[in-house]
Structures are given as structure tokens and as C-alpha cells.
Write a protein that binds this ligand. Structure first.
Ligand code: PGA
Length: 241
């Protein structure tokens, strides 16, 4: 695991953008695993800025997102389809046919999980971007998820619903379930870039870097991955000794 310490959120976002832009320069047909949430938003802003300034093309890039809520229409502003469209896709030249997210409205959700996992296998993710939940989740793999799980239907931890309630009118509106890449799906990626910012992630980052590997702390599986880079700011590293 390589750890890059930066001073703040903006610097984390810039370093992460530099990291990905280098990968795209090396391989314009990169298959990029993407995440939603507050953490990667600044990274996406930097990619949009770069596109304006340098015209980087994503014409041949494929994107595969980690997860999507079940039961929210893709058009709902809180769906991850909407998040990605608003915060990234509509600003770049990624053909929408090359961008994948799980369909949380599929009539047969089990079948959708199988379909999504086969996309992951077929495309082969080169770099997966991850945030980390305060409870150590990656994607929506909550504590206790088997490390052998591929894409599956998950029930969100109450603490995750609480953390995400800030985007909704009330916690009751936060969906209870999601489709998420599993831990085993994430581990198939050739390379992983985990981002963490702010003191509210300090406990989770501390736990991750303690080196203890347990299904009770999903991100700890990353110690089994051969190529992980963590970009974390001073806040997120504030209790790491
Ligand atoms: P956040 O979420 O980026 O909104 O903090 C991260 C996560 O829950 O994985």
C-alpha cells in the first residue's frame, strides 16, 4: 500500500486527478471504476477543469460505477445515475454507452447483479476509485460482508443511511437497499485508488492502516491487493501514528 499524505481536500482532489490523468494518457481506453459521494466530487471537478484547459478526451474510456440505490428512479436527483451525470459525465465526452452503473430499478435484481458482474469481468477494471465509509465500507459493502461476495443486493447499515441522509429531505427517504459491486468484484481491479479526507474519516483510516484484516472492517481486504494507493489528507490521517 502506498500512502500519499496531502494537506487538505483540494490537494487530495488534485493529486487524484493527476493520478488518473496519467493513467488515461498511458491508456486512452482505460476502464475506470468510479465512486459517488462527497469524497470524489473534488476529483471530478478537477477532471472537468482539465478537460476545459487541456481537452483530455474520454472518448475511449469506459467507466463502471460501484453501486446504485434500489428503488430510486435513475432520474431522481439522489440516484447515483444522476450524481454521475451531473458531477462528471455531462461535462466530458464519455459516450454514455461506455458508462455503466447498476440498474436499481431492474425487474429482476438478482439477474441485474449477475449482468453487472459480467460487465466487470468483460471490461476488466484498470483502476478503481474508492472512498471509505466511517464504518469501513467500500462501495456499499457493509461490515460483515464476505470477502468472497461479487455484485449483490445489500441492506444499508443504519449509520450509512444516517451519513447519506444529508442529501435527502429526511432519513426515511434514504433507500434501505442498494446494488453494489462486492468485495471480490472490487478486488478484481488491477489497481485501486482510495481517497480519504477530513477528521470524520480518521478512525476508519486509522483502522485500515492498523493492518488488521477482518470482514468486520471491509476496507481491510485491501491489504490483500497488490496495488493500492491511498491519497489521504491531514485530517484523515490525524490519528495515525
Ligand atoms: P463520502 O462517502 O465520500 O460521501 O464520505 C464515502 C463512502 O461512504 O464510501
Amino acid at each position: 500500500m502506498e500512502i500519499i499524505q496531502v494537506s487538505n481536500y483540494e490537494e487530495m482532489s488534485k493529486r487524484a486527478a493527476e493520478f488518473l490523468l496519467k493513467k488515461i494518457e498511458q491508456n486512452p481506453s482505460l476502464a475506470l471504476g468510479l465512486a459517488t459521494g462527497s469524497t470524489p466530487k473534488g476529483l471530478y471537478e478537477q477532471l472537468i477543469l482539465d478537460r476545459k484547459e487541456h481537452g483530455t478526451s474520454y472518448e475511449h474510456v469506459t467507466t463502471i460505477n460501484l453501486d446504485e440505490y434500489i428503488g430510486l428512479p435513475a432520474s431522481n436527483p439522489n440516484s447515483y445515475h444522476s450524481f454521475m451525470k451531473e458531477n462528471l459525465f455531462r461535462h466530458l465526452d464519455i459516450p454514455l454507452s461506455n458508462s455503466y452503473l447498476p440498474n436499481g430499478e431492474a425487474a429482476d435484481l438478482q439477474k441485474e447483479c449477475t449482468r453487472y458482474e459480467s460487465i466487470i469481468d468483460e471490461k476488466g477494471i484498470d483502476v478503481q476509485v474508492l472512498g471509505i465509509g466511517q464504518n469501513g465500507h467500500i462501495g456499499f459493502n457493509e461490515p460483515g460482508t464476505s470477502f468472497n461476495q461479487t455484485t449483490h443486493i445489500t441492506t444499508l447499515a443504519q449509520s450509512t443511511r444516517q451519513a447519506n441522509a444529508r442529501f435527502f429531505q429526511s432519513i426515511e427517504e434514504v433507500p434501505k437497499q442498494a446494488i453494489t459491486m462486492g468485495i471480490a468484484s472490487i478486488m478484481k481491479s488491477s489497481e485501486i485508488l482510495l481517497l480519504a479526507s477530513g477528521a470524520k474519516k480518521a478512525e476508519a483510516v486509522h483502522q485500515l492502516l492498523s493492518g488488521e484484516i477482518s470482514e468486520d472492517f471491509p476496507a481491510s481486504v485491501l491489504h490483500h491487493h497488490p496495488h493500492v494507493t491511498i491519497i489521504a489528507d491531514d485530517g484523515a490521517l490525524s490519528i495515525v501514528t
